[in-house]
Design a binder for this molecule. Structure first.
Ligand SMILES: NC(=O)c1ccc[n+]([C@@H]2O[C@H](COP(=O)([O-])OP(=O)(O)OC[C@H]3O[C@@H](n4cnc5c(N)ncnc54)[C@H](OP(=O)(O)O)[C@@H]3O)[C@@H](O)[C@H]2O)c1
Length: 284
């Protein structure tokens, strides 16, 4: 593999990681249709060089972490599992705010138990002022609660997720965080300034929905350039992210070994300056 690495907390991770959200059932709720296939995707990911997996105990809920444990425990020394807290699921699969100190403490213990870990390497505090997207509001309480759990030794490093620049600035005053996980992709580049700022500080920026998530990125330019280069539009969207900034870590989600292999192959894809200029027109 020739794609590079980045320091996340005190670990070195390959910039192409894996997001586990697609491993649960439809709507990230309940068990997957094919549990063996989910186990196979995770094992293939690690075998092909993934050493950064993004998850949460609210995927399933619980089920995704249990599948990770079944597939990969005991974990390789260099595997960094990053989880997130701040939400809970309703009985119908709805997503709700669960950011009180008691709920966050419970979530950390749920993650430890279901992943089979004594310490969580990185925990993202998922801001929940907006359940489906960022919204302003203080994140002081949940970030401080997670900082306390870090002091107790349950968490090594803290990240923040679904945050605005104001919330990033607020978190900076409370803790040292090692990553920001926000919605970002070739078609949604609202965090450009934040990415550059974090890069200067050595903080990772981990785009969620790197392929557009539930609404896959679509663009005639992306399709045309991909065809010319002999790759898929999704591969090109990931290659663009790798090229965008050295602090960007990829966590594309897939339930398919074929797609996983396509995503891993992106590390070999070099984009010329001309191609980059063409792709940069996509976000307008
Ligand atoms: N912090 C947050 O609030 C938040 C929110 C959402 C997600 N996340 C994290 O971010 C990760 C990535 O997001 P995501 O999985 O929702 O969205 P994504 O990576 O943008 O896209 C996943 C979708 O793309 C498809 N896909 C993957 N690789 C493909 C390929 N090579 N060709 C064609 N289709 C491909 C997948 O379908 P197949 O299964 O068929 O491959 C799936 O439908 C998640 O796994 C999760 O860990 C965090």
């Amino acid at each position: 593999m020739n794609h590079s690495t980045f320091t996340l907390g005190d670990r070195t991770v390959n910039r192409i990681g894996y997001g586990a959200m697609q491993l649960a059932g439809p709507g990230v709720f309940g068990p997957p249709k094919d549990r063996d296939a989910a186990l196979a995707v995770l094992r293939e990911a690690v075998a092909s060089g993934v050493n950064h997996i993004d998850t949460s105990d609210f995927y399933g809920p619980h089920i995704t972490n249990q599948i990770i444990r079944e597939a990969l425990h005991p974990y390789k020394d260099d595997l960094t599992i990053v989880t997130k807290v701040g939400a809970r699921r309703g009985s119908d699969g709805g997503w709700f705010n669960a950011s009180s100190k008691a709920e966050l403490t419970q979530a950390v213990h749920d993650n430890l138990r279901n992943l089979g870990l004594d310490v969580l390497e990185v925990v993202n505090v998922r801001a929940m002022h907006g359940v489906m997207g960022t919204a302003e509001g203080s994140i002081e309480e949940p970030v401080s609660a997670i900082a306390e759990l870090q002091q107790q030794g349950l968490i090594r490093h803290i990240g923040i997720s679904n945050v605005t620049p104001t919330q990033v600035a607020e978190a900076r005053k409370i803790v040292r965080f090692v990553c920001v996980q926000n919605l970002y992709n070739i078609a949604h580049q609202h965090d450009n300034a934040m990415i550059d700022e974090l890069a200067q500080e050595g903080i990772a920026y981990v785009p969620f929905f790197p392929l557009g998530g539930f609404s896959p990125v679509q663009s005639a330019v992306l399709s045309n350039v991909a065809q010319r280069l002999g790759v898929t539009p999704m591969q090109l969207a990931l290659a663009w992210l790798l090229r965008r900034s050295p602090n960007i870590l990829l966590i594309p989600g897939t339930s398919s070994v074929t797609h996983l292999r396509e995503n891993m192959a992106v590390g070999e894809l070099e984009l010329s300056d001309e191609v980059l200029a063409e792709l940069n027109t996509i976000a307008g």
